[in-house]
Structure formats: structure tokens, C-alpha cells
Design a protein around this ligand. Structure first.
Ligand code: NAG
Ligand code: NAG
Ligand code: NAG
Ligand code: NAG
Length: 881
């Protein structure tokens, strides 16, 4: 039976909604009557349930098998039946879009980097593609059916995950665990009838406007190919595609008579493009060489082609009003304002205070339209979805709803001028955090765009979802109903933000991830969500909007799965299976360890956002008298985001006070989890996923321990205890050095690759220096510090990377300790300005230096983790003096 029986394409021009698995070793084809015969399904489910009960009984009776590397466990079987859902396809508003599926076979072959060729061949044997009435090409393979490459890949991943006990993560987080996948010819069978997995919502969104800089800044095509494979396997069909847009802007502004040289102060440097695109800054880290612009455009074309091949809908950028200064002199009557200072020290106009063209100016629509047209010209096609976030950093000057409405209309008109079928995708920060957006303003904006042409991303839904936040708005939910009687639906995509600035921290809210997307779409009758869900927003997708990737693989494994889940997940069960999939084998103490992690580091429910402020990576730039124990170790000090969560707001407070490190769990529990994980290490030490996890967990435990050691230094200082200060500061510095040694044991925690990949994109020595400086600056301190004043954007993109600890974080801490001792020895106050001058100089020197760091790991992860566990964590009191 061809896959076209699964989906009637004429009804589903929105993305392809799911995949089908049939027997990998037989030739069974799913009979179509099955789909139209729900009573049979019920019976089947009942039978399954009975079976399940039996299996559970068996499980209870059987002694627990130690180290089972076999994947056919009762637990797995149970999970399989839990996870398989049979649902009617939901119907969504159709877009007039005819997707031209190209041949995915060639694209999928690239998965062989991740999945061995023979396994692929057995599972994905392509038959002739069929053409249906709508000229859509559907794909039919023997074992896994789906309409696009994304659906096929997601089906393959699902099969590997739930039939073969496999796990797929980024290379840097341990890569794929496929040792549990049986040899071709012996692959596990799925239920005789086959299995149909359908998406509850059509879209699965991926990325954040800043991921392009925090993570992708230096990627070449080879790395992009792997990432697009990763996206396909994880079912992502709505990724941002922001690469290379500067080259397009160059052509657009040329049409408006702005020369390339006039743009050199407009674009940011290669590591800062995300922020120059958002009008936060301009020129910083630049100018961009022409070779960079050209090279990135070529890269973007490859990225787009691959995304289309796989059936993804890449989201292209749209004009938000951000213009070069030169536009003002060419169009003197244009309404151009200057944005305020975004964290620069002296407000240097070379990078401060970018120009914004008012959306009500006719030129706005002109430029907006030209930008879309130019992209279509370059790329030859479009998925018709465009991102524009003009209000995020720029609250409108007037709150008159008519004015708001005219702004929204102008933005959309510009986009639509270039693409008649355009849909505007925007971030929903502003609705939940900026008090400017009261119901009437919100209504005005949402209504300024034709119905169905606006999609709102609920970016931070795992912590503060829009759909549930009526009470957060003004504490009077009923007002909403009075003020806004009825609105027709707008589309909402529920996203998990999870990570800020690519910081490395074990963090997550697994419970919220496993239930949030489901609640968002099923709670239409609950009083809390009724307004948003029922009247205003219709959830059409889920997504991941992290600022940086390649961290916390468990969180992304779970979240990507939620795109296919119709019900809340039984997370206890899921977590029990996780280490077995991740390492290819497990045992009770590993499972216990993961259960602890699930309840501690991965259950951050205090509503705070995760911005890593550990002392090592974000050293306090304050007088020691500002630092107190109560503040450092209170668990109830979340930085709840009550204001507008723009980068502007979240960084506002960094200047005068020092941002406390966060702790939302019991460190003793986490250390115990580490002990359990290390105890099982002898059989797992060669497994990359395991190495990554023990290093990450040891790092996590040591980082929090370092915060405590730092406080001991301060406490000794306050007691005028010179020996104490000397002892604990040395202890702290030893720890930093040891952590560097630990991180060196896995290539996912190295500074070297970040720096080397930046240099690889350079065409000459000058570019090489510029790119390396960009790379070093982004992760340490941006912007124009003075000799005695650090930029507020220091340590925002901090990283626990080997090389950075030994070469930068350690020496920086040493300077502080030196001045503490100096103060005690001299009986004088702490020389704050001297410390500042010295560490700022260290930073600037470090940014300009060219020393080379390894790109390959050295050292044994298990040995090193055990050594450091014994040295610091087993009995921390031995260091009390
Ligand atoms: C650019 O300059 C040329 C020559 O001065 C002029 O004809 C053209 O209208 C200008 N383009 C725009 C968009 O103003
Ligand atoms: C939910 O709302 C719908 C529409 O108002 C109504 O028909 C239905 O009975 C409600 N369900 C529950 C459980 O309240
Ligand atoms: C996570 O924390 C919340 C709030 O403290 C608690 O209610 C919940 O049971 C915890 N979840 C787990 C899995 O421990
Ligand atoms: C780990 O340490 C043990 C003993 O401490 C040693 O025998 C072994 O060779 C080490 N393994 C590696 C890979 O370094």
C-alpha cells in the first residue's frame, strides 16, 4: 500500500504529518481498512493492555537482570505500546502551497554518517516514487512510510529508538549509540499490523535568532549537513535559515543606493551577526570581508537546497526596520530613529545605537518587499514563512491601538509585497513580558495581519508559557474576557527555550517538557488557558528555541519526541529506559543515577531561567564585602523574568550587583548520582555517550563545589585570616586546573575546535586574526571596555571548555585572590580598581592572543572523573581548616 493512503494530500498541504513503520523483516503492508476501523484498534489496544499487564507481572516476578545489553525487555515493550498512538489526522488550515518534493533518497544517504549503511538499506529500500493528482511526489519505502525525507528520517529514528534501543545525539555530546541495533537480517519486528505515528500538530520548529552566532558561527557545509540530518531524524520541519543574509542585504541596499563600503560599519563581525541583524549593535567585530559574504551565501544555498529536499520549510528572515546610517542621508525625509544604548560603555557610535526605520514610513514597505524579492531571486524558491521580530527590542513609541495596527499592517505588507503567500512568524516574548502589550495592543497587532498569516512562537513555554500566563499579565484574568470578547485563532508554536548563550550547565525541566505541549493543546476548557487557547491561539506546532545547542542531550531527545506524542509521557518509565538507550546497556545503579538526575538537575521548577553564573565562568567583579554566604547559597533566589525578556532586560542588572550563581537542587543528591554512575564505569568506559555524561556530571558537581570554595575564600578574608585566604584560593585554582584536565577528556568540551573552525573560514592572515578575535571575544567579553570598566556583556557566552579554564578563567581568579591577600597583608582595603584594570587587561590580551589549543581529546574520562570525585567530592570536609 503506498503511503498516499496515510494522508490525503489534497487536505494536507501543511507539512506531512507522520510516518508509518511496518515489519522490517517481513513484507507486510498495512491494510488500508485498518485505518478506517477504530473498533478493531480498540480491541487491539485492549489486547495490548492485557499483554502488558502480563508482562508487568513477569517483570515483577523475574529477578532483575544485571547488565542486559539486549534491548527486548518488558519495559521496552511496555513503552512501545505506551508510545504508539492511533489518531485521526487533525485538520489544519490549508495554505496554497504546492511543495515540490524532490528525490529524498540522495539526501537520506547522507545519514550514513550517523547510521550504518547496511541498517539503512534494510530499513529504507526505496520504491518508485508515485505522483498523485496534486503533483506531489510521495515516497514509498518497504519498511518506513512517510511523505517527506523528514518523516522518513523521523520514522527511522523512532524505530531505532523504540525497537532497537538506540540513541542519537550531537557528535559533541557523545554522538549516536547504535551498538544495541542488531545486525541487518535480525532487526526486531514491529507489530504485525504496522505502526502509524502521526503528528498531533503539523509543525516542529527549531532554532533561535542567536543560535546562528552562539553555535553555528563557524560551521562549514560538512557540519551543516550533519545538523540537517539531526533535524530530520528529530522530525524538525520548520527550521530558521538565517545564514548568508548579509550578502542579500548588500544587494538590497545597493538598490537603495548604499554602497558596500557604507555597509562596512553596519554588519557585525562573523561572531556577532545575530545581534547586528537584530539592531542591538552594528560594526562590532567587523567589517565583514567580501569573501565572507560570498562564502556564506553559497553555504546558505546548500543549506536551503538540502532542507527543501527533505521536505522542511526553512524560515527566511524579513525586514524589521534595521538600517545603515547612510540611509538617513540618502533619504533625508525618511522617518529614521536611533535606538538606545545596548550595553556599550561609552556609547561609541561606531557600534552603538543603531538606526531604525519607522514601519509607517513608505520606505519601510519598499525595503521589506525588496528584501523578500531578492531572497527569492537568490534562492529560487521559498517556504513562504518569514521571521520578523521588530517589537522585541523596540517597544512602539505610542500605544494607540490604531497605530499598532498600522505598524503590523506595514510589516506584513512589506513581506507580502515580495511573496503574496507569505506568513509572518514572530516571537511571542513581548506578549508575556512587556507590560506595553495589554489586550487592546495585542489584539490590534494580531488583527493587523490577515487571519492565518501570523504564527506566534511561544519561546519559553517550558518555564513561562504564554498560553497559561493570563494571571501573570495583570493578576485579573477575567479582564481579558471583558476587554477582548472573541478573536479568531492565531497560530501558536509552543517552544522550549532551555539554553541561554550556549552556556554549559546540566539543566532542564523534564516534567514540563513531557506534559507542556500536550497540556497546551488539550486544556482549551481549563479556566487558566481558555482565553489563549480557545479564543486567541491555536497550537500548530512545537519547537526548540535554545540559544546554543550541543548540551544536555537528554532534554533534546525528549523534546523532539514530543512533536509526535499525543499524550503526556510517563516520564518515570522514559527515564528508566533512557540510560539503556544512551549507553547501549544499563543496570539498576545507572538507572538510579538517572532517576536522581531527573529529580534534581533536570527538575528546575523555580521559574528561573538558566544563565550560568558559576564563579569560575562568571567571576564576580565586586568588592568582597558585597559577597555574602546567604546570598550565594539560598536556593530560593530565582531570577524570575517578570519584565520583558529581551536581552536588553535580562542583562540590565549586571552592572552594580553581582549575579549570584544558581542552585536549584541538592548537591549531595547529585554527587550521589555521580558516584552511582562512576561505579558502573568499567564496562562502559569506552562508550562516548557515557564519557560525555560522566565528564559533564563531574563538571557540574565540581562547579557548584567551586562556588562553595570561593565563598570560603571570602569568609576567610572577612575574618582577616591570611592562611585561610591563601589555602582556599590555592584550592580553588587547583580545582580550576583539574577541571580543565577533566574537560580535556572529551572533544565536546574543548576550546580548540571553536577557535580552529573560525580560522578555517579565513582567506588570509588578516581574516584569520579577525575571526579568531571574534571567536575569543564572543565567549569572554564583548564591547568596548575601558581600562577600569568591564563591558556588561562579559561572560554572557561563557563556556566550560578545556583551554578556557586553564588559560583564562584560572588566571582571572588568581588576580582577585592576589588582591585579597594584598589587602590583608597591607591591612588596607581591597583594591577594586586595580583588580579591574588587571583582569580587563588579561581579557583583552587573551582576546588578541593566538596560542593554539588542541582539537582532540586527551586523557581517560573515567579515570579522571573518578580521580576528581575522590579528590574533591567524596569527602569535601577534609579541606576544612
Ligand atoms: C538611486 O540613485 C539613482 C541615481 O541617482 C536614482 O535614479 C534612483 O532612483 C535611486 N534609487 C532609489 C531606490 O532611490
Ligand atoms: C469544553 O468546551 C466545549 C465548548 O464550549 C463544550 O462543548 C464542552 O462540553 C466542554 N467540555 C468540558 C469537559 O467542559
Ligand atoms: C519537581 O519539582 C516539583 C516542585 O518542587 C515537584 O512537585 C515534582 O514532584 C518534582 N518532580 C520530580 C520528578 O521530582
Ligand atoms: C586508569 O587507572 C588505572 C589505575 O589507576 C590504570 O591501571 C589504567 O591504565 C588507567 N586507564 C587509562 C585508560 O588511563
Amino acid at each position: 500500500m503506498p503511503t498516499s493512503t496515510l494522508i490525503n494530500p489534497s487536505n494536507h498541504l501543511l507539512p506531512n504529518l507522520g510516518f508509518r513503520l511496518t515489519n522490517p523483516t517481513g513484507n507486510f503492508h498495512q491494510p488500508s481498512w485498518l485505518l478506517h476501523f477504530p473498533p478493531f484498534l480498540l480491541l487491539l489496544l485492549l489486547l495490548l493492555l492485557l499483554l502488558l499487564l502480563l508482562l508487568l507481572l513477569l517483570l515483577l516476578l523475574l529477578p532483575y537482570s544485571f547488565f542486559s545489553s539486549s534491548v527486548s525487555s518488558p519495559l521496552l515493550d511496555h513503552l512501545q505500546s505506551e508510545l504508539i498512538t492511533f489518531h485521526e489526522f487533525s485538520k489544519f488550515r490549508n495554505e496554497k502551497e504546492h511543495r515540490l518534493w524532490s528525490d529524498v533518497e540522495g539526501s537520506l544517504a547522507l545519514l550514513s554518517a550517523i547510521i550504518p549503511r547496511p541498517v539503512q538499506e534494510e530499513l529504507l529500500k526505496f520504491k518508485d516514487a508515485k505522483h498523485d493528482a496534486l503533483n506531489l511526489k510521495t515516497f514509498s519505502v518497504d519498511k518506513i512510510g512517510g511523505l517527506t525525507g523528514v518523516e522518513l528520517s523521523a520514522g527511522l529514528h523512532w524505530y531505532l529508538k523504540y525497537w532497537c534501543g538506540a540513541h542519537i545525539s550531537w557528535d559533541k555530546t557523545g554522538g549516536a549509540q547504535l551498538s544495541s541495533v542488531p545486525k541487518p537480517g535480525f532487526l526486531p519486528r514491529v507489530q504485525a499490523a504496522g505502526v502509524l505515528i502521526q503528528r498531533p500538530v503539523p509543525w516542529n520548529y527549531y532554532q533561535n535568532a542567536v543560535t546562528s552566532s552562539y553555535t553555528f558561527a563557524w560551521w562549514d557545509w560538512e557540519r551543516w549537513e550533519k545538523e540537517i540530518d539531526w533535524m530530520a531524524l528529530h522530525g524538525i520541519n520548520l527550521p530558521l535559515a538565517f545564514t548568508g543574509q548579509e550578502a542579500v542585504w548588500q544587494k538590497v541596499f545597493q538598490i537603495f543606493n548604499i554602497s558596500s563600503s557604507e555597509l562596512s560599519g553596519f554588519f557585525g563581525g562573523p561572531a556577532f551577526l545575530a545581534w547586528s541583524r537584530m539592531a542591538n549593535l552594528h560594526g562590532w567585530g567587523g567589517p565583514l570581508p567580501q569573501s565572507w559574504l560570498d562564502q556564506q551565501l553559497i553555504l546558505q544555498k546548500k543549506i536551503l537546497a538540502r532542507m527543501y529536499e527533505l521536505g522542511m520549510t526553512p524560515v527566511l528572515p524579513a525586514f524589521s526596520g534595521n538600517v545603515p546610517a547612510a540611509l538617513k542621508s540618502i533619504f533625508p525625509s525618511a522617518k529614521i530613529t536611533r535606538l538606545g544604548n545596548w550595553f556599550t560603555i561609552g556609547g561609541d557610535p561606531r557600534w552603538c545605537c543603531t538606526y531604525l526605520l519607522d514601519a509607517t514610513d513608505p520606505l519601510f514597505i519598499e525595503i521589506g518587499k525588496t528584501f523578500i524579492e531578492q531572497q527569492l531571486k537568490e534562492y529560487g524558491r521559498s517556504g513562504h514563512i518569514y521571521n520578523c521580530d521588530t517589537f522585541d527590542e523596540n517597544t512602539p513609541p505610542v500605544d494607540d491601538p490604531d497605530y499598532i495596527s498600522s505598524l503590523g499592517a506595514a510589516i506584513y505588507k512589506g513581506i507580502q509585497g515580495g511573496d503574496a503567500d507569505a506568513i509572518w512568524l514572530m516571537q511571542g516574548w513581548l506578549f508575556s513580558y512587556d507590560p506595553f502589550w495589554r489586550p487592546s495592543q495585542m489584539k490590534a497587532l494580531l488583527h493587523s495581519v490577515p487571519i492565518g498569516k501570523l504564527v506566534v512562537l511561544d519561546l519559553f513555554a517550558e518555564v513561562k508559557p504564554i498560553w497559561i500566563s493570563s494571571e501573570q499579565f495583570y493578576g485579573v484574568p477575567y479582564i481579558w474576557k471583558v476587554v477582548v470578547p472573541f478573536l479568531s485563532c492565531e497560530f501558536l508554536v509552543t517552544c522550549m527555550l532551555h539554553n541561554f548563550a550556549g552556556n554549559i550547565e546540566m539543566y532542564g525541566v523534564l516534567d514540563a517538557i513531557a506534559s507542556g505541549p500536550v497540556e497546551a493543546r488539550t486544556s482549551e476548557n481549563s479556566t487558566m488557558a481558555s482565553f489563549f487557547n480557545f479564543n486567541l491561539f491555536l497550537e500548530v506546532g512545537v519547537g526548540m528555541s535554545m540559544e546554543g545547542i550541543e548540551q544536555n542531550p537528554v532534554v533534546y531527545d525528549l523534546m523532539s519526541e514530543m512533536a509526535f506524542q499525543h499524550k503526556k509521557l510517563d516520564l518515570e518509565m522514559w527515564i528508566d529506559l533512557y540510560p539503556r538507550r544512551r549507553y547501549g546497556r544499563s543496570n539498576p545503579s545507572i538507572q538510579d543515577a538517572w532517576n536522581i538526575l531527573y529529580r534534581t538537575v533536570y527538575n528546575c521548577t523555580d521559574g528561573a531561567y538558566d544563565k550560568n553564573r558559576d564563579v569560575i565562568v562568571s567571576f564576580p567583579d565586586v568588592d568582597p564585602s558585597f559577597i555574602s554566604e546567604e546570598e550565594m547559597f539560598t536556593r530560593e533566589k530565582p531570577q524570575i523574568l517578570t519584565e520583558q525578556v529581551s536581552r536588553r532586560a535580562s542583562l540590565k542588572k549586571m552592572k552594580s550587583s553581582f549575579d549570584q550563581p544558581r542552585l536549584w537542587y541538592s548537591t549531595a543528591d547529585v554527587i550521589h548520582a555521580l558516584e552511582l554512575l562512576l561505579a558502573s564505569g568499567d564496562k562502559l568506559s569506552k562508550i562516548q555517550t557515557y564519557s560525555y555524561d560522566i565528564i559533564d556530571l563531574t563538571r557540574q558537581a565540581l562547579a557548584k563545589y567551586a562556588n562553595q570554595v570561593f565563598f570560603k575564600v571570602i569568609k576567610a578574608y572577612k575574618l582577616n585570616n591570611i592562611q585561610g585566604v591563601a589555602f582556599y584560593s590555592q584550592h580553588f585554582l587547583d580545582l580550576v586546573g583539574d577541571m580543565d584536565t577533566l574537560l580535556a577528556c572529551h572533544h565536546g568540551f574543548l576550546l580548540g575546535p571553536w577557535l580552529e573552525s573560525s580560522k578555517k573560514l579565513a582567506q588570509d592572515l588578516e581574516q584569520e586574526k579577525q575571526f579568531e578575535w571574534n571567536a575569543r571575544t564572543q565567549i569572554t567579553m564583548w564591547f568596548d571596555n575601558t581600562e577600569e570598566e568591564a563591558s556588561l556583556l562579559r561572560d554572557y557566552g561563557n563556556k566550560y571548555w578545556s583551554g578556557l579554564l586553564r588559560d583564562y578563567y584560572g588566571p582571572r581568579a588568581a588576580i582577585y585572590f592576589k588582591y585579597l591577600l594584598h589587602s590583608l597583608e597591607k591591612g588596607d582595603r581591597f583594591l577594586l580598581n586595580d583588580w579591574r584594570t588587571e583582569w580587563i587587561k588579561l581579557t583583552n590580551d587573551w582576546q588578541n592572543s593566538r596560542n593554539v589549543f588542541p582539537v582532540k581529546s586527551t586523557g581517560d574520562a573515567l579515570n579522571t572523573s573518578r580521580w576528581l570525585f575522590n579528590k574533591y567530592l567524596r569527602n569535601p570536609e577534609i579541606y576544612d581548616i
